[in-house]
Design a protein around this ligand. Sequence first.
Ligand SMILES: *Cc1c(COP(=O)(O)O)cnc(C)c1O
Length: 413
Amino acid sequence: MNHFTYRKRVLHAEEVPLSAIADAVGTPVYVYSTATLRRHFRVVTEAFGSHPHLVCYAVKANSTLAVLKLLADEGSGFDIVSGGELARVKAAGGKPGKVVFAGVGKTADEMAQALDAGILFFNVESPEELELLDAVARSKGKRAPFAIRVNPNVDAGTHRHISTGLKTSKFGVPFEEAMALYTRARKMKGLEAVGVDCHIGSQITRTAPFKAALSKVGGLYKELKAKGHALRYLDIGGGLGITYTSETPPSPEEYARAALSAVGDTGATLIFEPGRVLVGNAGLLVTRVLFRKKTPARHFVVVDAGMNDLMRPALYDAHHGLQPLVQRRGQEVEVDVVGPVCESTDVLARQRKVVLPKQGELYALMSAGAYGMSMASTYNSRPRPAEVLVDGDAWRVVRERESVEDLWRGERP
Ligand SMILES: *Cc1c(COP(=O)(O)O)cnc(C)c1O
């Protein structure tokens, strides 16, 4: 469900024609819909009904301050993976008391910042990390609330680059070793065990892998409680997929029903860490056609957005829908839509049937709200895109386009 629709052949974000934004702000530009973001958050949090739960939006999916602020205003918590993300959450008005902190490589500084901020808990991913967290907390005379991120060895059935719950993955502590680690942590004065955590991957489109993982970690949670650990939280991670083309992921309601059937009887407050499902279909990337170029093998459309602006196709072979901002009738041809970056992987859309555009025409790459701008780089010394947030018939720039001077800030020729 999103609020990007054609009206009289013109693609709109809510009430605003996207071409008006492109003409005013230039291209490439990311555009997000307030109504879609709000709706997604509400559907997800309401799916868990009256069961005690907290939605902690996974900041890495889209860490733009305006997006974080909108979700904070809805009551969202946040799942962070760095000190930088914690700073963003605070700058956007998010409550540190609703923050959980994951990641295999937290530094002592990042741990100290999070302890000072008073986050809800740390999701610890190794024995050495646990020891460092204990030491940092003791040096401050504090106890660090933590959960162990357990690797349940479950195949999420998604792209191998975004699977995190297999035993060959760098993430989490092997399921079989988790119990012993909780026992060890009991003797550490700087720690307080408050929960169990898992996250098995991203863009998951079936409920079975979630169920398999959750019944394992739910069992562990109950065992730990029986042994006297005063746990309160079961963090079930994120990973719920969205529709890019023809995927049919479970709805938030189906997902929540599966989660509650697996772990609803633990008595734990459930923490859910959705990223993509909240923001993915709430954003798109608008780009302008520079050139058409025909070779014996292919018809290329060269646009002004590249893999540095939207990395997912190059990184994961990801598919983004391609839609003209103004629909035109005409003969369809099969094209590859490519960016200006000097890499063969800079293909934003492969073998798509379109009415051959004219130079200067505008396209939207759909479902680009998640892992779009947050993964953008300045490769080829290309300033990153501007970002716009639409709300009804109003819109505003929420991040200015970077300038080339921004790119060399701090450099010393
Ligand atoms: C990336 C990540 C998420 C969010 O994943 P989505 O697929 O975007 O929902 C949640 N939790 C952790 C620990 C993550 O690393």
